[in-house]
Design a protein around this ligand. Sequence first.
Ligand code: PMP
Length: 432
Amino acid sequence: MTLPADPTGVVARDRAHVWHPYASVVEPFPLYEVTEANGTRLTLADGRELVDGMSSWWAAVHGYRHPVLDRAVHDQVDRFAHVMFGGLTHEPAVALAELLVDITPAALRRVFFADSGSVAVEVAVKMALQYWHGRGRPERRLLLTVRGGYHGDTAGAMSVCDPVSGMHGLFNDYVAQQLFVARPRPAYDEPLAPTDLDEVRDVLGQRSGEIAALVVEPIVQGAGGMRFYSPEYLRSLVELCREHGVLVLFDEIATGFGRTGTLFAMEHADVVPDILCVGKALTGGYLTLGATLCTDEVAAGICAAPGGALMHGPTFMANPLACAVGRASVQLLLDSPWQATVTHIETVLREQLAPCRDLPGVADVRVLGAIGVVETTEPVDMAVLQPALVDRGAWIRPFGRLVYTMPPYVSTDSDLAVVTGAIHGALQDRAG
Ligand code: PMP
């Protein structure tokens, strides 16, 4: 195992002052300085080049330094980098909103730009609560969700994250108490059993008058466990909510923009929400931006209350640089053969990750679209596994019992071979 080198001293300076995501400053994980990123490659300060298997947390679908995206940012910065969105507007925001309305279900016609995925979820929750307020039903203020979900790290989003992995114990008195049902039982290709939605039926039967909205990640539960669940389950869940007048809120922040093989994961089940959150790949991983879309009915409900305005307005709302690169990134995706590309990545990941099934300590291997997951029986030791993956030339960031890849769509077959080879090799060494 090669310990991360620190030729420039940046890692040491970082260690002195900087927090990293989900990290301890006392027992930090290995840390690597990136000096360049281009295409699918990350260059480290010690000169090593890694093949990116993470798309920078599902975002950089076109790879790094894509000429079209670089150009979009340059062009916009030459005009202006930012102006407030209160009372002002600009073409990049309007164009991106139009594009989002175009590519999402017809009923979603209003777009609120948020500064990140988590904030998009906060806005979505506010929309649902304000909708019922406007419709004279303020007692409908609970959210219904499934266990195993993840929706972000801000307080409202945390309240619908899985209670265990979302650290509800730690923030018990702080986050709102919502209604949880068991995580979807049937996997993506398993049939729905008649009893699978009994708990949902019970909860809705007893408490729908208090429920504002269902909040779920369609088809793929991402950071809450990387599980792929049955489209039939999702369809039935949505039908039940509709029968009880509960709004449907989809979080497609991780699954949007082709990752699961359809442009949005909800298309696997042919269902449409009242409120939709997108983020991550929205800007091709260039800048932080989320968006919350809703129907005219939701918008009308929000505005029906006296003085009814949606009560959110971040300083950097609809940042022009982010909107400009967002528009360029979405258009670049639409102009590419993304579906064939994602299907090809799926085939390659299936084939190349399959041998991991035979490794000791591996519980499951699953692939959907451009997402490949190896689940281990015990949590991985990041201090060992991370350097082992880097030594094999791949950037993969495991967590808990999950070693997974979501490669950029521009990955070549040899890039994918490096990524899957690193996962197999590092897990094999771990077992040996
Ligand atoms: N929802 C889902 C499904 C996510 O995967 C994430 C991020 N992992 C978020 C919300 C939060 O997005 P952000 O990190 O941009 O706040």
